[in-house]
Design a protein around this ligand. Structure first.
Ligand code: XMP
Length: 310
């Protein structure tokens, strides 16, 4: 049985031993894992920690403001790095899923490397958990936050990495967060991938295409909130379909809605949703997003599908 209290005490001791008197930064996206990791390290080293939120232009509506508010509420020093243009530049012309992941990862670590240099630190904290490592090592996909496990030495970016949650699965991370006294708006948050909406824009990631999927995501989240599912989101296809808007034929965008139940993301079931709810989602997405003419619902479990499309 996982004992969050004992785990927290041991981790704090280990973190203090590892980093000594040096300062650290933490890559905090606002997700459960990175926020719990950030809070844990803050408990261990206090003022020596600066949490860094990278605004890569791929986050959900209102997310940068939300994360900064949470960090401020926790009394954690923080910096918001506006890297939107830099991230969109590296995605230019890339359509292959793994190439996009690689481009994101490279930019992510280079951006952190820059901050590490400015802040003169040796260690960066990350919220990597066991599922990230397992899937990457198995070659299912290269999670953006797994480096040494795939043979990349993080020191090429100019720092070492601290991963206090690397041996835990998501349910235990939530237990830790509750034990640490974090609010439920953090501990019960839906998982959200590090490379964010870039995984949900199939094909090229552009500001315009991210804006479409961001709006669709907002609608899906609003309409499924009452279901308390593991994850719910929208995906923009790299394809077009025929539809009719304002009485005119429109060769427009296709959105897939994905809602899944899962314990730890290793396996998942497509959620059965009442038809009226699905129809409302489709109606809102096609009415509120001018370019979308078609809305699909994904009924595939994991396996054989994965939760994300890329
Ligand atoms: P898949 O798509 O592999 O996703 O079934 C399993 C869980 O991991 C999330 N996910 C990621 N999280 N970096 C992350 O931090 C990533 O690169 C990444 N890819 C997938 C996904 O949302 C799901 O919860």
């Amino acid at each position: 049985m996982f004992d969050p209290k004992a785990f927290i005490e041991n981790s704090i001791e280990e973190i203090r031993k590892t980093v000594g008197k040096s300062r650290v930064i933490s890559a905090c996206s606002g997700g459960v894992d990175s926020t719990v990791a950030t809070y844990l390290v803050h408990k261990a080293v206090g003022e020596e920690l600066v949490a860094v939120f990278i605004d890569d232009g791929l986050r959900r509506e209102g997310e940068p403001e939300f994360v900064v508010r949470v960090l401020k509420d926790f009394g954690i020093k923080n910096r918001l790095i506006d890297a939107k243009a830099a991230f969109f530049a590296v995605f230019k012309g890339k359509t292959d899923a793994e190439e996009k992941r690689k481009a994101f990862r490279e930019k992510f670590y280079r951006t952190l490397g820059q901050v590490a240099k400015e802040e003169k630190i040796d260690y960066i904290v990350q919220g990597t958990i066991k599922a990230d490592v397992i899937e990457t090592v198995k070659g299912i996909k290269s999670q953006h936050n797994v480096l040494s496990q795939i043979g990349i030495n993080p020191e090429i970016y100019g720092y070492k990495i601290l991963e206090p949650l690397r041996d835990l699965f998501k349910p235990d991370v939530r237990k830790m967060g509750r034990e640490l006294g974090l609010p439920s708006e953090i501990t019960e948050r839906m998982p959200f991938p590090g490379p964010a909406l870039s995984l949900r824009v199939l094909g090229e990631v552009t500001p315009e295409r991210v804006a479409i999927v961001r709006k669709a995501t907002e609608i899906v989240e609003e309409e499924t909130r009452h279901l308390n599912v593991f994850q719910s989101f929208a995906v923009l296809h790299n394809d077009k379909a025929t539809g009719i808007k304002n009485g005119q034929r429109l060769y427009g965008d296709i959105i897939t809605v994905r809602v899944v139940d899962s314990e730890d993301a290793v396996a998942a079931k497509a959620t059965q949703i009442a038809n009226e709810s699905l129809r409302k989602i489709a109606l809102r997405i096609t009415q509120e997003i001018p370019t979308v003419v078609r809305c699909l619902y994904d009924i595939t479990d994991k396996p054989p599908a994965t939760i994300e499309f890329e």
